[in-house]
Design a protein around this ligand. Structure first.
Ligand code: NDP
Ligand code: MG
Length: 385
């Protein structure tokens, strides 16, 4: 039996992961499942999969979790330290699917097991790509990207010589506001922004897709994972979400990864790697697919992509600052304290803040320093709201 843990089990990626595990329960021994506010679901999952331990991120919900699991024999714990400790429990396969930089410590702990780190939490790579990859290398852990674009790239690069890479082409649907003018975007609400046309995802990543901050994070994520020059990473808008990303080689051959927009494709790939196994996603029906279109993103309307490239050229802690400023600005947008377009302004101001200059320019040497940079950036954004 394969020992597995899922951090962020109650979220969109977590429930999709458990959906796959459920189909072959006898093959897995579930060690840890974590959630935050959704105690009822976490308890149901922990009982169904007979987890060794269930952890909520929220200390004030520990009693609720304990009550929900009474008589089950399942351990309970709460708080960020408890999540990090549970992630240190030995597994063969660990899913990192907490949302935000809050997932960084679980990713780092899962990187130390020498098995597979299935990485949905792109923020870990954006904030601390150097440290996370070094940790994986030091422990012989295979980091498999679960972000659909990066899983697609990983698969299209499989078996090729990385020196023959010319371009990575990340696809983006363009989100719900692709055809909006800047004036129209000014007044959009979180309820409108969360309404992603193709992918069914958690609230935060859905809004990030609407602002293209999700794609911006993915450009930074791709740079670390595939160790290429940022100039080799392109973004194209492809609203149908059938081509999940493409790799161009020096001979101008392009290998595109295609499939239905269903995260169980990328999760299943990471779960069964290096083998392939049947999965429950809808097969593509080419005859009825219709047109596939590709256009350039409008970087004047969506400044997030430009800001990501600027953060990449800064290096050091700029990724952590970029992500933290984005998270704090997103919190404020969800709370209706700032407008949709204000998010990019906040990120730009924070990224270039003179107050963060020293922090920004430091190399990523420890997770504590990355988290300190994250905290400073959040404080700066919150002080401006
Ligand atoms: P969700 O919001 O659906 O789920 C987030 C999970 O994290 C839940 O289990 C939630 O608990 C938990 N959580 C929330 N806040 C904290 C915290 N502070 N500390 C610990 N746990 C917390 O997110 P998604 O599943 O959509 O995304 C998860 C990650 O995967 C993100 O990094 C995202 O960018 C990435 N990703 C997601 C994709 C998708 O299709 N959804 C696609 C590609 C990448 P609870 O619900 O109990 O409150
Ligand atoms: Mg993605």
């Amino acid at each position: 039996m394969r020992k597995i843990s899922i951090f962020g089990a109650t979220g969109s990626i977590g429930t999709n992961t458990l959906d796959l595990i459920r189909r072959d329960k006898a093959a897995y021994d579930v060690v840890a499942l974590s959630g935050a506010g959704n105690i009822a679901l976490l308890a149901v999952q922990a009982r169904e999969f007979n987890a060794e331990i269930a952890i909520t991120a929220l200390p004030e919900r520990l009693d609720d979790l304990r009550d929900a699991l009474v008589g089950s024999g399942i351990e309970v714990a709460a708080g960020a330290d408890a999540i990090a400790e549970a992630a240190a429990r030995k597994v063969d396969w660990g899913m990192s699917a907490i949302v935000g930089a809050a997932g960084l410590r679980a990713s780092m702990a899962l990187a130390r097991h020498g098995g597979v780190l299935a990485l949905a939490n792109k923020e870990s790579m954006v904030c601390a790509g150097d440290l996370l990859l070094a940790e994986c290398a030091a422990h012989g852990t295979h980091m498999l990207p679960v972000d659909s674009e990066h899983s697609a790239l990983f698969q299209a690069l499989n078996g090729e010589d990385e020196k023959s890479l010319r371009r990575l082409i990340l696809t983006a649907t363009g989100g719900p506001f692709k055809d909006f003018s800047t004036a129209e975007m000014q007044g959009v609400t979180p309820e409108q922004a969360v309404n992603h046309p193709k992918w069914n995802m958690g609230q935060r990543i859905s809004i990030d897709s609407a602002s293209m901050f999700n794609k911006a994070l993915e450009v930074i994520e791709a740079k670390y994972i595939f160790n290429c020059d940022p100039s080799q990473i392109e973004v194209v808008v492809h609203p149908q979400a059938i081509v999940h990303s493409m790799v161009e080689y020096v001979d101008h051959t392009i290998i595109a990864h295609m499939g239905s927009p269903d995260m169980r494709g990328a999760i299943g790939y990471a779960l069964h790697w290096p083998a392939r196994a049947p999965n429950p996603i809808a097969p593509l029906d080419f005859a009825n697919l219709g047109n596939l279109s590709f256009t350039s993103p409008d970087e004047a309307k969506f400044p997030a992509l430009r800001l990501a490239r600027e953060a990449l050229s800064m290096g050091g802690h700029a990724g952590a600052i970029f992500n933290a400023a984005k998270e704090a600005a997103l919190d404020a947008f969800i709370a209706k304290k700032i407008g949709f377009l204000d998010m990019a302004d906040m990120v730009e101001n924070t990224l270039y803040s003179a107050q963060l200059e020293t922090t920004r320019d430091q190399d990523q040497t420890t997770i504590a320093k990355v988290l300190a940079a994250d905290a400073q950036a959040r404080a700066l954004v919150n002080a401006r709201i």
